[in-house]
Design a protein around this ligand. Structure first.
Ligand code: FAD
Length: 398
């Protein structure tokens, strides 16, 4: 490999999802070039929803795309959990002014494409970022000067460093951590979107509605200026359907929610089709960096979606990585090690906490009653105190 003047070779980023694009922006704001290599034919996101907690919105603000990201997002009034058997309210966390003052941002729900689109527009506007689609990274080799990145087409690119932001099935992780595919977490999700015109008026609420059932949960919320609703129905199961994204008919899905009270069933009966995905999880690791190659987002710390923080963690990773590259003056191996050291405890805590919510969200029998009693009488401030570790942006998010 020839010598690398750092400002000639870019940082290669495998994956142009929320994490990869945020990483490119985080590097650009410190003057570092990057090349985002996305395997898909187009940069884009699936047409489903995303909750954006204040810590995630603070990263988008810091990257200069916060306003754009919030344009079509809905700033929600509360987080609500209802017992799906009785319809009784279990958790009600108001997200008004006191919440926003405490955490520096509101809580939003959005269409994924709108959050991804705001990041993409930011990247397109930066002269330091090159975006290439149809490029699947298959291999890399490090040398004293940088990293040679090989694509499925056989093309080889010289880069100063490589960030694997290539998601839950990361091929870069396979090389660095070597722990195979992420195992199923013991649940599948049935997803659908519902046009506002099809959603009964009295079920159109300005917040996510979360019904916790015995062995399952259902969540729905409005997106895109109330034009569409995102519906996610998770079922605990030991079965692992072989194909992700397979279409499944309501005749199959509806009986899975037996024992539900009326309201969730009214929503579940609306979609004509659902798409089914296996939920995956990994135990946290702390070796996701190897010299000038590191991982970010789901590639580093995939988690179940039960506290809606996977994309938020990818965004925080990006800011932390960019700051460390700048502070280490472009010594990527040193910067990536520091980035990993800073991020591992927080991301591991979020991975573990997400998994622990399985027991709360899907409690049955007596445990369900215990779950309901846990939150009785809890004030807004008490909820905020318990959530402060999560929703307060880390100090490096600025
Ligand atoms: C049901 C569900 C609901 C969720 N809800 C929320 C939520 O409300 N809030 C939240 O914060 N998080 C949520 N998450 C988590 C969130 O979706 C992920 O954590 C987030 O998308 C991770 O972003 P990423 O960029 O790391 O990975 P991805 O979004 O998976 O992006 C990876 C990108 O890399 C590309 N790629 C893969 N392999 C290669 C390769 N070899 N070469 C080049 N490109 C490659 C892919 O095509 C993709 O574009 C949810 C997850 C699930 C499953």
């Amino acid at each position: 490999m020839p010598a690398n003047p750092r400002n000639v070779w870019p940082v290669a980023i495998a994956g142009g999802g929320i994490g990869g694009l945020a990483c490119a922006l985080a590097l650009a704001r410190h003057g570092f070039q990057s090349l985002v290599l996305e395997q898909a034919a187009e940069f884009g996101e699936a047409g489903v929803g995303l909750q954006m907690a204040p810590n995630a919105l603070s990263v988008l603000d810091a990257l200069g795309v916060g306003e754009a990201a919030k344009t079509h997002a809905l700033l929600i009034e509360r987080l609500l959990m209802l017992d799906a058997v009785t319809g009784v309210e279990v958790v009600n966390i108001p997200l008004g002014e006191r919440f926003q003052q405490r955490f520096g941002n509101p809580y939003a729900v959005a269409h994924r494409a709108d959050i991804h689109g705001a990041l993409l527009d930011g990247c397109r506007a930066s002269p330091l970022i090159e975006l290439r689609n149809g490029c699947r990274v298959t291999e890399f080799a490090t040398s004293g000067n940088g990293v040679a990145v090989t694509m499925a087409s056989g093309e080889r690119i010289e880069a100063a460093a490589l960030v694997g932001a290539d998601g839950v099935h990361s091929s870069i992780r396979r090389r660095i951590v070597g722990d195979g595919d992420p195992p199923p977490a013991g649940a599948v999700i049935y997803r659908a979107t519902i046009a506002a015109a099809d959603m009964p008026k009295n079920l159109q609420q300005p917040h996510p509605t979360f019904w916790a059932g015995p062995g399952w949960h259902v969540i729905y919320y409005p997106m895109r200026d109330w034009s569409t609703f995102n519906l996610g129905c998770t079922v605990v199961t030991s079965q692992t359907p072989p194909i992700d994204g397979e279409e499944v008919s309501p005749h199959y899905v509806l009986p899975l929610f037996a024992g539900s009270c009326a309201a969730p069933l009214r929503v579940l009966r609306i979609p004509k089709q659902f798409k089914r995905y296996v939920i995956r999880h990994r135990e946290p690791v702390e070796n996701w960096t190897q010299g000038p190659v590191t991982l970010l987002g789901d590639a580093a710390h995939p988690m179940v979606q039960y506290i809606a923080q996977g994309a938020a963690m990818a965004l925080e990773d990006a800011i932390c990585l960019g700051n460390n590259v700048a502070e280490c003056g472009g010594d990527f191996a040193k910067a990536f090690q520091r980035y990993q050291d800073i991020r591992t405890v927080r991301t591991a805590r979020v991975q573990i906490s997400s998994l622990m919510m399985d027991r709360i969200n899907h409690a049955k029998g007596l445990e369900r009653k215990v779950r309901n009693s846990l939150f009785e009488g809890r004030t807004a401030e008490e909820f905020y105190d318990r959530l402060a570790w999560l929703y307060t942006p880390p100090p490096y998010v600025k």
